[in-house]
Design a protein around this ligand. Structure first.
Ligand code: SF4
Length: 448
């Protein structure tokens, strides 16, 4: 296999307005690394399009120099992209145009383990590989077991298929009346508006379709059948935009979609599911939040995984969204060796509240193909909830759910707090394990 073969089947961002000009980085020939004393800079060799993949002009708004850059990101930028200005670094178009997608590029930034190299060579991984330069700066170069690194760099286990795993474990295709729409619950739909993500999570439930230009997940301009379905079904009051990541769409395209949905009188609520504030926080520009504000009530579910993601950049992005009046919730997938620990989860949920993000769901990892190394026993999730409930602010405690394989929907799980019944009394245990008796003998509620 060629050294710089691109692992990302979806080599284009989803929309011509977000695509910076220049060659596809995957197809670029990357010369061998040279000594730092050479007159040719390291960046231009490692990331030959890092300066080209940038567009200026009237439609090109970005966070620019006014956006936060943390000391860690700044050190990473200086080391690997010294020719790139802070303003360009903070430009989400630049970040998208310079995603790290090849084994060659990864190996310059990370000391790849045998298992990571094996997976990158194998190419049987169901998902493309892509990491924004910003998020790559959060990865530990020397430790393949670092939590964030495990979530975005494939390992050989990803190529294995364990018992009970499936490419579509939630059977979304069964509940898809038109391409790109999942209608499982009566009053709400999941609208898969793009198959593109800036950074691909190795445990993605939709790895069968994201980054693949799949028929089941809509690509640009192909939203009409789904919109018509929503228009015709008056019981749909809630539309969740997902994918792929809807916030990788341009403002123009996203606004077209939001305005179109807002014209449907029975659609009360629009939600956006995204990981962009975590992996591409520079995308949360003032122009984006000004536009989103026009489509309230608009809620946002942000995909956080680990407290190391709570950076100054992400804080800035979430602050902009919260200031725009968008209620923010976090959806976290429980992952072995990443966040399957009460103290890690406590740091995450405490940090989220400070960012004005409510920890909303803790998901048991879906049994997608190649996910065995990520999945924990259900008891681990129950123990985490028990370690949070009563031990911290109630707002900080997410609902732990299993999305039932086969398409049964989300089923909440709670540790057992009811110890039994004695006569008319319910015996309950509190967060400290102490037993309490509740007189469960209320009347009819008539009052006399
Ligand atoms: S951001 Fe969401 S859709 Fe994209 S790869 Fe991650 S889990 Fe999948």
């Amino acid at each position: 296999m060629k050294d710089n073969v691109c692992l990302d089947k979806d080599t284009e961002p989803p929309d011509e307005e977000t695509e910076p000009p220049g060659k596809d980085p995957c197809l670029s020939s990357i010369p061998p690394i040279i000594s730092a004393s050479s007159s040719v800079t390291l960046t231009s060799l490692l990331f030959p399009d890092s300066k080209k993949n940038h567009r200026t002009g009237p439609r090109h708004e970005h966070s620019g120099a006014r956006f936060t850059i943390s000391p860690r990101s700044e050190a990473f930028r200086k080391k690997f992209f010294p020719e790139v200005s802070i303003s360009d670094w903070n430009d989400w178009h630049w970040q998208l145009g310079n995603r790290i997608r090849t084994r060659e590029m990864l190996s310059r930034i990370l000391r790849l383990s045998k298992s990571e190299l094996g997976a990158l060579l194998n190419r049987r991984t169901p998902l493309p590989v892509s990491v924004t330069p910003y998020y790559a700066g959060l990865l530990d170069a020397d430790n393949p077991l670092q939590a964030l690194r495990r979530t975005v760099i494939p390992v050989e286990s990803e190529c294995m298929h364990a018992r009970g795993e499936d490419d579509d474990p939630l059977n979304e295709e069964k509940d898809s009346p038109v391409p790109g729409l999942v209608h499982r619950y009566p009053d709400r739909v999941l609208f898969l508006v793009t198959d593109f993500c800036s950074t691909y999570c190795r445990y993605c439930t939709r790895s069968r379709m994201v980054g693949k230009r799949s028929e089941d997940c809509l690509s640009r301009g192909n939203w009409e059948p789904a919109l018509r379905y929503i228009e015709k079904n008056a019981q749909i009051r809630d539309v969740l935009l997902s994918g792929g990541d809807p916030l990788t769409l341009s403002n123009h395209r996203l606004e077209w979609l939001l305005s179109r949905l807002r014209r449907i009188s029975h659609v009360e609520l629009i939600r956006i599911g995204t990981k962009v504030p975590v992996v591409l926080p520079q995308r949360i520009t003032p122009a984006l939040t000004r536009m989103l504000k026009r489509y309230h009530p608009l809620w946002m579910s942000i995909h956080f995984t680990h407290p190391d993601e709570l950076t100054p950049e992400t804080r800035h992005a979430c602050g902009r969204l919260a200031d725009a009046g968008i209620p923010l919730g976090s959806q976290t997938v429980l992952l072995a060796g990443v966040n399957d620990d009460v103290e890690i989860m406590k740091r995450l949920v405490h940090g989220l509240l400070q960012l004005r993000v409510k920890p909303y769901y803790l998901y048991q990892c879906d049994p997608i193909s190649g996910s065995f190394h990520f999945r924990t026993p259900v008891q681990t999730g129950l123990d985490i909830i028990r370690g949070l409930r009563g031990h911290t602010t109630g707002y900080a405690v997410p609902t732990y759910v299993i999305d039932a394989p086969g398409g049964g929907g989300k089923i909440p799980l709670l540790p057992e707090y009811v110890a039994g019944r004695e006569g008319d009394s319910l015996i309950l245990t509190n967060y400290e394990g102490k037993a309490f008796r509740y007189p469960d003998c209320g009347g009819s509620g008539a009052g006399n």
